[in-house]
Structure formats: structure tokens, C-alpha cells
Write a protein that binds this ligand. Structure first.
Ligand SMILES: Nc1ncnc2c1ncn2[C@@H]1O[C@H](COP(=O)(O)OP(=O)(O)O)[C@@H](O)[C@H]1O
Ligand SMILES: [Mg+2]
Length: 251
């Protein structure tokens, strides 16, 4: 198993942001984590990747216990996350920002910059973009940079937090193709996403988080017809209403 998260709990003050969540990601897969705003998705990512300590639970990467290790050590071992709210080094160029990730494997600056160039190509950044200050990027550009920075560490497992948020339909089509290509190059992917058609077309397995708990998991077609999932998104009673509309009480 590439990633095995067992019974992870994260408490903020009195709030159980993540409540006994268990998630598995097999090597070579694209797995999605979905759920309403505030469900605890980003918090779960932060705990898995070593950005926040968890209160309980265990995280294993390729069979090794990495629970409690700091983020830079987890990154060195092959798991890296992107941030929902992108924070590039605004004054550095796009290329230099990517090279920050490349430095993990390439100590010499010139090597890191060369490597960053190949990573930029992998995420479909035009060469003209690379010398721009990161501050000047559009939303789509920033999302690609966030992806590139993570990819530059040459991860085995990539955690993507809403890399499609704020993109237009054409940009979403492009990033779906890029994510698929990254997976085909041998990187396992766990992604948080609200763009449902993207989740449906990309992922082979879906976990649903609601109020910190995993309330459902399964293949995409099972998840869309799961009444607990529909209700988590649309509120109590929604599944019955929808069943009434479609005439299928057991949808
Ligand atoms: N650093 C924090 N301190 C206190 N509460 C937090 C913190 N981060 C997130 N939360 C709370 O934890 C819950 C889950 O948030 P989050 O993980 O961002 O959800 P999601 O990514 O699913 O939208 C929310 O109620 C949020 O307000
Ligand atoms: Mg979030």
C-alpha cells in the first residue's frame, strides 16, 4: 500500500475536525477525497503530510510508519502536498519557485534550475511563463505552479488540494489531462476536489468526508448514488427528495 492512514483524529479546541478517519491509497492509483466545505479534508491532508500533529492515529507510507515526522522529512521520503491557498514566493520567478522543490534532490543551483525546467514542461507551462515573477500569474498559472513545485520534489505520492478551484472549463480540461499524465509517469495521487466531473473521470476510488468522518467510500458510480453522500452535500432529506424526483427510492 502506498499510503495507509488508520484512525486519524485531529481536534482543534473542542472541534473534532478529523474524527477517526482511515484511508488507503494503492500504488499507481488516483484516489479522491470529497466532502462539503469544512468537512476536514485540508486538515486531514495537513496531518498526513506532517504539517499538523494529529491527536490520534497512524500514517504509513509504503509500509513505513511516518506518524509525527516533520513535513520536510515526509517530503524527502516521497510524499508531498499542494496548498489550497497557494503561496508562491512572489518576488522569485516562476522557474525559481519550482526550483525550490527541485533543491531537495539537486543541491547545485544550476542543476535545480535545469530540473525545474523539465518539471515546468510536465505541467504544460509555456517557456515564456518561467521568467515571470510568480506574483504576476493568473489563478490558473498559480495552480500550475503549485503543482509544479510539489512535482519538483519527485514524489511517489502527490496530495492535491483543490487544484481546479477557480479555473474555467477549458483550464479544467487541461489540468485533468496533466494529472492523468503525472499518474501515468508513475506518481500515485490522492486529490481533494469539488469539480465533480473531474473527480468522476479521474479517480478510481473515492472517500467521502463529512464532519470529520469518512461516511462512504467506493467506486465513483457507487458514490454518486449513495444516499448518505447526497445528504452530506445537500442536507437531510435531500436523498428522499431526489429519489422522489427520479422515481427511484433506492437510488
Ligand atoms: N488551524 C485551525 N484552527 C482551528 N480550526 C480549524 C483550523 N483549520 C481548520 N479548522 C476548522 O476545522 C474544520 C475543517 O476545516 P478544513 O479541514 O479546512 O475543511 P475542508 O478542507 O474540508 O473545507 C473547519 O470547521 C475549520 O473551521
Ligand atoms: Mg479545504
Amino acid at each position: 500500500m502506498m499510503l495507509k492512514v488508520s484512525h486519524l483524529t485531529k481536534i482543534f479546541g473542542g472541534l473534532k475536525a478529523v474524527d477517526d478517519a482511515s484511508v488507503e491509497v494503492a500504488q499507481g492509483r488516483i484516489v479522491a477525497l470529497i466532502g462539503p466545505n469544512g468537512a476536514g479534508k485540508t486538515t486531514l491532508f495537513a496531518c498526513i503530510a506532517g504539517f499538523l500533529p494529529s491527536n490520534q492515529g497512524k500514517v504509513e507510507l509504503l509500509g513505513q510508519d511516518i506518524t509525527g515526522l516533520p513535513a520536510h522529512e515526509i517530503s524527502r521520503r516521497g510524499m508531498v502536498r499542494t496548498f489550497q491557498i497557494t503561496q508562491p514566493f512572489a518576488k522569485l520567478s516562476v522557474l525559481e519557485n519550482i526550483a525550490v522543490g527541485s533543491h531537495q534532490l539537486h543541491a547545485r543551483r544550476a542543476d535545480a534550475l535545469d530540473h525545474a525546467r523539465t518539471v515546468a514542461e510536465r505541467v504544460g507551462m509555456p517557456a515564456a511563463m518561467l521568467d515571470q515573477p510568480a506574483a504576476e500569474l493568473t489563478v490558473a498559472g498559480r495552480k500550475r505552479l503549485e503543482l509544479a513545485r510539489a512535482l519538483a520534489t519527485e514524489p511517489k505520492l502527490l496530495l492535491l488540494d483543490e487544484v481546479m478551484a477557480g479555473l474555467n472549463p477549458q483550464e479544467i480540461v487541461e489540468i485533468i489531462a496533466i494529472i492523468r499524465k503525472i499518474r501515468d509517469s508513475g506518481v500515485t495521487i490522492l486529490l481533494i476536489e469539488h469539480v465533480m466531473h473531474a473527480v468522476m473521470s479521474l479517480s478510481e476510488h473515492i472517500y467521502v468526508l463529512s464532519y470529520g468522518k469518512i461516511i462512504a467510500e467506493g467506486a465513483p458510480r457507487d458514490i454518486v448514488s449513495n444516499r448518505d453522500v447526497v445528504e452530506a452535500y445537500l442536507g437531510r432529506g435531500a436523498a428522499d427528495q431526489m429519489a422522489g424526483v427520479t422515481g427511484d427510492a433506492h437510488a
